[in-house]
Design a protein around this ligand. Structure first.
Ligand code: PEP
Length: 250
């Protein structure tokens, strides 16, 4: 099976109003890079406008979360179908800020992954250990348990992506050692193959957590690192494009 095309995806979190679209426009204009996929996941309020900015370019747009149901009495929520209609093609699910801040469980993330499939969105499913779990030597056990618990069997053969994001590395400037990143990515690939057979070789496995222009190239060169999920450094086109420049191409 051919290796997955690397994906560099930006997570804007709760940042960005209309004026920030100039950054997305600059990324869209530079997105015609062979052998690598580029995506931005803005707040829900910007998905439609950013999709229009990206139209005709290779920049893909995604949501940051979705509800498991298509519609209903869920004040404040957005469904996968709504994101799709607004122009999204991907959706981040199970980000640690949602697991920790909103009590999202593996079972809920599974339901949201099924919703993404139903709506024709490619899920980017996030997993990662806390600092305490790493210090207790439980990182691999936690991450593989999250993979088994958060990915429905229905994903087999469908486009999806996994992001390994150690909770303690997000927004902190800290990163695991290259050896630790490689070890977790190998464990994730082995788990995906165990769950999905040969189809488990297809999904890209992204690394996320304080990826910057200065450290991206060495992380992205590691075996089984199939791209990056980038938070803070995705808000400025120059930083994001510098990370893309350092990414190996398929
Ligand atoms: C993220 O929010 O997914 C993330 C990785 O953030 P940062 O790059 O800012 O650490």
């Amino acid at each position: 099976m051919t290796p997955p095309t690397p994906l560099i995806a930006g997570n804007w979190k709760m940042n960005g109003t209309g004026p920030a679209l100039v950054e997305a426009r600059a990324i869209a204009d530079a997105a015609d890079v062979a052998g690598v996929r580029l995506a931005l996941c803005p707040p829900a309020t910007l998905v439609e406008r950013m999709s229009r900015e990206a139209a005709g370019s290779r920049l893909e747009i995604g949501g940051q979360d979705c509800h498991a149901d298509a519609s209903g009495a869920f004040t404040g929520d957005v469904s996968a179908e709504m994101l799709r209609e607004a122009g999204a093609r991907l959706v981040i699910l199970g980000h640690s800020e949602r697991r920790a801040g909103y009590g999202e469980t593996d079972a809920l993330i599974t339901a949201k992954a099924l919703a993404a499939l139903r709506a024709g969105l490619e899920p980017i499913i996030c997993v990662g250990e806390t600092r305490a779990e790493r210090e207790e030597g439980r990182a691999l056990a936690v991450v593989t348990r999250q993979i088994r618990g958060s990915l429905p069997a229905e994903l087999a053969g469908k486009p999806f992506t996994v992001a390994y994001e150690p909770v303690w590395a997000i927004g902190t400037g800290l990163t695991p050692t290259l050896e630790d990143i490689a070890e977790v990515h190998h464990a994730i690939r082995a788990t995906l193959k165990d769950m999905f057979g040969e189809a488990g070789a297809a999904p890209a496995i992204l690394y996320g957590g304080s990826v910057k222009p200065g450290n991206a190239a060495e992380i992205l060169a590691l075996p089984e690192v199939g791209g990056a999920l980038v938070g803070g450094a995705s808000l400025k086109a120059a930083d994001f494009l510098a990370i893309v420049a350092g990414a190996p191409k398929a």
